[in-house]
Design a binder for this molecule. Structure first.
Ligand code: PLP
Length: 320
């Protein structure tokens, strides 16, 4: 395919992989709304405690390459330099949908390796149907193979079976060194704008980059949506591969996963519906609703001194 039309930009960091002409291509042709908007929301539940709340609207960066998926994928698509992009995800993965959309928009072939061999024999759910409509080729693997996908020989076998041995491979959730570097820009956009920047975490790649981009007097707070508590080590490891060591000040609060990924409760659902009505912001339920619920709880616990300004990152929006 012709990727010259994407234009060029300088290689952003030592970790970036240049294309064969020594440059990497830019996604500016897709006209992302960057920096993304930063909007204050007036909410008396926060105001009562002297806390200002602003929303960083990364969900408005691009209608199809949404939120942190834009920030993480953009440098990887550039590095792929026209090769097939292969990545991994579950049956409802936001990352798979974003990769498929990017493939259609940029004319890149994409392959999605989906967890769950049994899904191959069923009608596609709406999320996977969207992926194939965008031209993504789906390759289903059983759960034990999927678990081993970061081991070199297991990955090689998956690529062979998928007929994609030459593909540019993006890890599950899209979090590699380039993705973390892409998310550093999110932190840089928020310098001088907040005392605390909060966001929901899956792999932690967005937090790893965001924390590195903030000013020294700012800190980041991550709200993991998965159960398990391994995230601190994973974020450290991601910062190590992206920057060579720890960066920024960040902590995690593990209390707001609501039972794990994609789990919800009537209380969370009621909170999210109410927040949408108050502020006319659509709340993505798997991540963003848990973040805002967690923030309100922390405010009501008196966790922040009066005069604190908090930015909550709206990392995505509801599907469809
Ligand atoms: C993927 C996703 C995340 C998780 O990002 P990580 O970098 O994996 O922590 C957060 N919010 C939304 C809306 C997402 O789609």
């Amino acid at each position: 395919m012709d990727h010259c039309r994407l234009g060029t930009w300088p290689v952003p960091s030592p970790a970036a992989t240049p294309g064969d002409n020594g440059t990497v291509t830019s996604l500016d042709v897709l006209h992302p709304r960057l920096p993304s908007p930063l909007d204050e929301v007036v909410d008396d539940r926060f105001a009562r405690f002297g806390v200002r709340l602003l929303l960083k609207r990364d969900d408005l960066i691009h209608p199809e390459l949404i939120g942190n998926k834009w920030r993480k994928l953009a440098p990887n698509l550039t590095a792929a330099a026209g090769r097939t992009v292969l990545t991994f995800g579950g049956a409802y993965s936001n990352h798979l949908r974003a990769t498929a959309a990017a493939g259609r928009l940029l004319g890149l072939p994409t392959v999605g390796v989906v967890r769950g061999q049994e899904l191959a024999d069923r009608p596609l759910n709406p999320s996977l149907a969207r992926c194939t409509a965008d031209g993504m080729r789906l390759h289903f693997v059983d759960r034990s193979t999927y678990r081993r996908k970061t081991e070199a020989d297991a990955l090689a076998a998956i690529l062979r079976a998928a007929g994609a041995e030459e593909a540019y491979v993006v890890p599950e959730g899209g979090s590699n060194a380039l993705a973390v570097l892409g998310c550093q820009a999110l932190g840089q956009e928020l310098r001088g704008r907040a005392d605390l920047v909060a966001l929901a975490c899956g792999t932690g790649g967005t937090l790893a980059g965001l924390a590195a981009g903030l000013a020294p007097d700012q800190r980041a707070l991550g709200v993991p949506v998965l159960m398990g508590g391994f995230l601190t080590d994973e974020i450290r490891a991601l910062q190590h591969t992206a920057f060579g060591g720890p960066r920024g000040t960040w902590t995690l609060d593990d209390r707001f996963h609501f039972g794990g990924y994609a789990r919800t409760t009537p209380e969370l659902e009621a909170f999210a519906t109410d927040f949408e009505h108050r502020h006319a912001v659509p709340l993505e339920r798997l991540y963003v609703a848990k973040l805002l619920y967690g923030l309100l709880t922390l405010v009501e616990e008196g966790a922040f001194p009066r005069g604190t300004t908090i930015v909550a990152v709206v990392t995505g929006r509801p599907f469809p």
